[in-house]
Design a binder for this molecule. Structure first.
Ligand SMILES: [Zn+2]
Ligand SMILES: [Zn+2]
Length: 210
């Protein structure tokens, strides 16, 4: 399966990586999207045509894919960036073929569990592989520019849901935790960073006694 598809124009990179791994397009059984932002769904339509695989995403993400989602609050910034990115690239909106449901076990990788982690977007989903004890957390948190951070407000449709989603992801207790954006491809390091971030977020959330 292909997990997210990058920014429009990244297809050459995807094809190169797949060729290196010896995977032909017809071997791809599914295109899974954590959410509908353009840096994740940018090539989903093209990848679907190339591989023939169906697109799996939470149904609430279709508006993001179509560019019809109404951004509010600080996420207006994200809305502007999305509009500009759509205008300057050859993005084509994909249609969700299979709607993801919380807790559903997908028949890939020996069973891949859908973990609904709203906050960044409302239909944002992670995926947990029991066989590999590995959790993909999408954009719930990220390691960008040498900073580990929870999805920033300007990129979050429902910022107040982020903490609960962090707790839910942490409670799985996966051995490996891999976000959508990171600078160091080492799942053990990423897991340590995730744990530290969870502790920081919890500390900040604790009510202060004055
Ligand atoms: Zn995103
Ligand atoms: Zn992203």
């Amino acid at each position: 399966m292909l997990l997210d598809t990058g920014f429009p124009g990244d297809t050459r990179r995807i094809r190169r990586v797949m060729a290196k791994a010896g995977i032909s397009p017809t071997q791809v059984r599914a295109i899974l999207l954590t959410h509908g932002h353009i840096d994740h769904a940018g090539n989903a339509a093209e990848m679907k045509t190339w591989t023939g695989a169906p697109i799996y995403a939470h149904p609430l993400e279709q508006a993001h894919l179509d560019g019809t989602h109404r951004y509010s609050g600080a996420a207006h910034v994200c809305g502007i960036l999305e509009t500009v990115a759509r205008a300057i690239t050859r993005y084509s909106a994909p249609k969700i073929d299979v709607a993801l449901i919380e807790g559903q076990i997908l028949p890939f990788w020996g069973g891949l569990r859908v973990v609904h982690l709203p906050g960044h977007t409302i239909g944002h989903c992670g995926f947990y592989s029991q066989r590999h004890d590995l959790l993909f957390t999408g954009d719930l948190w990220a390691r960008v520019m040498r900073r580990t951070q929870i999805s920033p407000r300007i990129f979050s449709d429902e910022p107040e849901l982020r903490l609960e989603s962090m707790r839910k992801a942490r409670a799985i207790g996966a051995r490996w935790v891999v976000p959508g954006h990171y600078d160091h491809p080492n799942a053990a390091t990423l897991r340590t960073r995730f744990e530290r971030l969870c502790n920081d977020v919890e500390r900040r959330d604790r009510p202060r006694v004055v």
